[in-house]
Design a protein around this ligand. Structure first.
Ligand SMILES: O=C(O)C(=O)CO
Length: 342
């Protein structure tokens, strides 16, 4: 019997490629569970997921089986042979990687696959927040032409200082895109990035970044050390009238502090693609017409989706064939070699 790989969330964009990739080496099976308890009780003998050695996971699966938190990972390790989870996105914050580490399950993600799409969307948010393009379009679509859009309250990019928090793939790509404009670009990362161009200045702390920037863009992953990283103190350190952009994860920002700053004008607008409790959007955010709000689509373009799915499936295939895939998340890289073979 071939080993089985379970798709937790469907492959939508590369179905033919998926069939070819696993032909003769593994049986690809689909999620049939309608609850978390059914999911967890289905790996045993005679269950629909019997013989599953690895999963490909999309965040959409959490609607049915929930996040891959510590209880789920421990139950999975107790009741199944699953040793690899190939996450189908750059962010893997819905998987408890520490629990995976304890139980010898490795996790891969899809770095690089949607850097360009996410950086491009961030650029759109920056321009829209300064020039109120989203508001202007809403004025036109509602049949009121330029009202309530008010050009006198909009701003140019020229002369602004863009502060990038996290100069990984997306942050760096955004820096390059923004460099087309006559603006100063600074960044803070845990360590100075070797790939940073000369014109992208390193500053030594988040505080220094907030002191100098009047546009702050967030590009760090969500993990226990980044939850609430941008709170009241950081927001108030930004100059009055600054713009905050977030295409990483909602919980990196203290949403209450952000809303207070929008209410009293300390932040002139925010450009968001992500929210703390998606798909819920705090209704107070909808009352600030100059903000640009997207429904977590920054990293989604036709090319990005195909690349993400191919990369996730590639990691899964490498695991099935050789016992280890690529793109292991940083927290688990030291675990390679332990109990991952079929
Ligand atoms: O790749 C990710 O993690 C995304 O959030 C895609 O938008």
């Amino acid at each position: 019997m071939l080993p089985r790989v379970l798709l937790c969330g469907e492959i939508e964009h590369v179905q033919d490629e998926c069939k070819k990739m696993f032909h003769g080496i593994a049986e690809v099976i689909h999620l049939v569970s309608e609850s978390r308890s059914h999911f967890l009780s289905s790996f045993g003998p005679g269950g629909p997921y019997e013989g599953t050695v690895a999963l490909c996971r999309r965040n959409t699966s959490s609607e049915v089986i929930g996040k891959f938190d510590a209880p789920l990972i421990h139950a999975l390790a107790d009741t199944s042979m699953v040793r690899w989870i190939a996450q189908s996105s750059g962010g893997y914050d819905e998987i408890d990687v520490q629990a995976c580490k304890e139980r010898g399950i490795l996790v891969s993600n899809t770095p690089r696959a949607n850097e360009d799409a996410t950086a491009t969307a961030t650029l759109y948010l920056m321009l829209s927040c300064l020039r109120h393009f989203s508001m202007a379009e809403r004025s036109l679509r509602s049949g009121t032409w330029k009202t309530p859009f008010n050009a006198a309250q909009t701003h140019d990019v020229t002369g602004r200082t863009l502060g990038i928090l996290g100069l990984g793939g997306i942050g760096l790509r955004f820096a390059h895109l923004a460099h087309a404009f006559p603006m100063r670009i600074i960044y803070f990362s845990r360590r100075k990035a070797e790939s940073a161009p000369d014109w992208c200045e390193y500053v030594s702390s988040v505080e220094e970044l907030c002191k100098q920037a009047d546009i702050l863009s967030l590009h760090v992953p969500l993990n226990p050390s980044t939850v609430g990283m941008i709170g009241e103190k950081e927001i108030r350190t930004l100059q009055r009238g600054s713009v905050l952009l977030n295409t990483s994860r909602g919980r990196i920002v203290d949403q209450e502090a952000m809303i207070r700053a929008l209410e009293d004008g300390h932040l002139s607008s925010v450009g968001l693609d992500v929210y703390p409790d998606e798909p819920r959007v705090d209704p107070r955010l909808l009352t600030f017409p100059r903000c640009t709000l997207l429904p977590h689509i920054a990293g989604e373009s036709a090319k990005a989706w195909r690349t993400i799915e191919l990369q996730a499936l590639g990691n899964l295939r490498a695991f099935v064939l050789g016992g280890v895939g690529e793109d292991i998340v940083p927290e688990l890289r030291t675990v390679i070699g332990n109990s991952t073979t079929l």
